[in-house]
Ligand binder design. Structure first.
Ligand code: 7RM
Length: 636
């Protein structure tokens, strides 16, 4: 039990009311349960116009003291991280809090020896191994700002991010394992660094023993650097004193326009929010084994594999592989093997596993499970019921957690077993979170049984503070659509009981297998291919991925081999962004449906992509309505 854990519905309502009436008092009371070097001067100052948001200003802390040092006395021997390798026959690893602190200090000293200082940006590109978590925490220990890049991104995506953040340090692996694949990561870093001469040091962890080229004067081996630290003979590394509002990390995420934005989170507020939501939503209790299947390359991994669980002294199970290898029972095997109590995964994973039938599930004992969670996209009712019946055996509450990279932690979700669940509804806001629905003009829709755009009217500690290097972009993206509100980009329904159901993005951001992909980004990538004149990308429903990408492409001349051209375009997208952004369908067209002002009418393309040819809607605003017929019939 944590002192701020809510344990009944009545208490939830009571706490929620308090959090609205006196948000500062509410959060200050929670924050008091953490380790601060110096208390804050002011709980909150905020202005959504500029925007400027500060929580616990003047407070000094280090998040790693909260995630590690403070647990040692009582729970030094508690497993902090249990690691399950990709290959079920490879050895597993268990790292206690005491060992994790030791390793974090050691690697923090490696960073220092290599010149990394407080405020420096360190880019991390690794597979799902404990050293990834150690790398994050070691950065945080010395006040360096980490920027994790998901292992599926291309060299170009890496160099874009390195340049944007002016990251002078990189931490990577020789390679990583995912299913039956061995993915070489270091060569991708080498390609990325051709355009990043400012990178001073690359620290390489050897995991797969894949041969790599080590660049003299720039690249060093993780293990050799650790040996040097051991030779220096001082295993300690005092934690850097950070202001609550100092940057903790940058995480790039796709928006509706252009390049990904570097979402910035700070030390104090983020920590408290990640911890509070972790403890309350999952109803974590000390001793529980908690398994989040996300990748640390995404926000879910940051908040709910690393910072939330570790700040709560929890046992966080980390899995290197994928749910379908060696077979579709892999996740259930892990639940059985480690007697997992809390499982947090994505609807796309569930939909994919559903298709293999319940026989694979029935081979394992899932009796240890107490709580199930989902995140990343709306969960369809079919997947919800499958999860409830076949995994939870109807005895585990399912928490449907709605949140974003920008929110830092869960915003709307039921609390497991405490507040009611409702299939496909994220249900009620977390205490301290004040959602509002607005119409197109920004007028607040009050009462129940309304649908609109989801906004927040009051700050919460985990919210983004800026987009790295471009504060105006942060303002424009999130704070300018509606006056005095944070705009999420999601559409939402509030039903007759006041429960929230997220209906999906209302901007040009797609959600493919729970990964956020900006259509503009994919179009830019497609347009880089020689022979492509213009393109438009929209989403269409996909049974497993939720949404998939449909690209309409105009070529300068008719491709001699359409199939080859499609592959070339997909390859281009892979190399510019990464394989996750490869379009599922590519249709060559002679024109795109544009308004007189030249804006592509995506609504029409979406209908065509969905196969709703008969129901295309009003096309009178188009410059040339005939293109619609050509696209429908596939005429070039
Ligand atoms: C945590 C994460 C954010 C977007 C968000 C939504 C969608 C996430 C849910 C959901 C319905 C959910 N961060 N989304 N969770 N939609 N129900 N429980 O996913 O930045 O990568 O994506 O994902 O559209 O705006 S994210």
């Amino acid at each position: 039990m944590y002192p701020y854990q809510i344990t009944s519905l009545a208490q939830y309502h009571e706490v929620y009311q308090k959090s609205i009436k006196d948000p500062e008092g509410f959060w200050a009371e929670i924050a008091a349960h953490f380790s601060w070097r110096k208390p804050w001067d002011k709980v909150l100052s905020w202005n959504f116009k500029t925007p400027e948001i500060k929580w616990f200003e003047g407070g000094k802390l280090n998040i790693t003291e909260n995630c590690l040092d403070r647990h040692i006395e009582k729970s030094g021997d508690t497993p902090a991280i249990i690691w399950e390798p990709n290959n079920p026959d490879s050895p597993t690893r268990t790292i206690t809090y005491r060992e994790l602190l030791f390793k974090v200090k050691q690697f923090a000293n490696v960073l220092k020896n290599n010149g990394v200082k407080k405020g420096d940006r360190v880019c991390i590109y690794m597979g799902m191994i404990p050293e990834l978590a150690i790398a994050l925490l070691a950065c945080a220990r010395i006040g360096a700002i980490h920027s994790v890049i998901f292992g599926g991104f291309s060299a170009r995506s890496i160099s874009d991010r390195l340049q944007d953040a002016n990251g002078e340090y990189v931490i990577t692996c020789d390679g990583s394992y995912r299913g039956n694949k061995e993915i070489a990561l270091k060569p991708i870093i080498d390609d990325a660094l051709v355009n990043c001469p400012f990178v001073k040091r690359v620290i390489v962890f050897s995991h797969t023993n894949t041969p790599v080229s080590m660049h003299k004067g720039r690249d060093v081996w993780w293990n050799e650097e650790i040996e040097k630290v051991e030779e220096q003979g001082n295993p300690d590394c005092p934690a850097e004193e950070m202001d609550a509002e100092d940057m903790l990390f940058i995480l790039y995420t796709s928006g509706s326009t252009g390049k990904p934005k570097g979402v910035v989170h700070t030390c104090g507020g983020y920590m408290i929010f990640a911890n509070y939501t972790f403890v309350n939503v999952f109803q974590y209790n000390p001793g529980d084994v908690y398994f989040c299947t996300a990748d640390i390359g995404w926000i879910t991994g940051h908040s709910y594999i690393v910072y939330g669980p570790l700040s709560a002294g929890a046992t966080s199970l980390m899995f290197e592989g994928i749910p379908t290898w060696p077979d579709a029972g892999r996740m259930w095997e892990i639940v059985d093997k480690y007697k997992v109590n809390i499982l947090y995964t994505a609807p796309t994973a569930l939909r994919s596993l559903m298709s293999y039938g319940v026989e694979v599930v029935e081979k394992y004992d899932l009796g240890s499970l107490k709580v199930l969670g989902t995140v990343g996209e709306p969960i369809n009712e079919e997947a919800w019921h499958w999860y409830n019946e076949n995994i939870g055996k109807k005895r585990c509450p399912i928490v449907d957690t709605w949140w974003q990279t920008e929110t830092g932690g869960m915003m709307i979700s039921n609390l497991a077993g405490v507040t009611p669940s409702k299939p496909s509804f994220a249900t009620l806001p977390i205490p301290g979170v004040q959602p509002v629905l607005v119409d197109e003009k920004g007028a607040e829709l009050e009462g129940n049984n309304v649908s609109g755009n989801l906004c927040m009217k009051f700050p919460w500690p985990g919210m983004l503070r800026t987009t790295y290097g471009d504060h105006e972009r942060c303002r424009l993206n999130y704070f300018s659509t509606y006056d005095n509100l944070y705009f999420t980009g999601d559409g939402c329904l509030r039903d007759e009981e006041g429960y929230y159901r997220i209906t999906g993005r209302v901007d040009d951001v797609l959600n493919v297998s729970g990964h956020r992909i900006g259509t503009a980004e994919v179009e830019n990538a497609i347009n880089m291919h020689t022979g492509v004149v213009e393109s438009a990308v929209v989403g269409f429903p996909h049974d497993i991925k939720g949404q998939a990408l449909y690209a309409f492409v105009i070529c300068s001349e008719h491709p001699r081999d359409e199939q080859l051209m499609r592959k070339d375009i997909a390859e281009t997208v892979s190399s510019v962004i990464g394989a996750i952004a490869r379009p599922d369908k590519i249709q060559f067209v002679s024109g795109l449906p544009k308004t007189r002002s030249g804006k592509i009418m995506r609504r029409i393309l979406r209908k065509i992509a969905e196969g709703e040819m008969a129901n295309i809607g009003d096309t009178t605003a188009l410059l040339d309505p005939a293109v619609v017929e050509d696209i429908k019939t596939g005429k070039l």
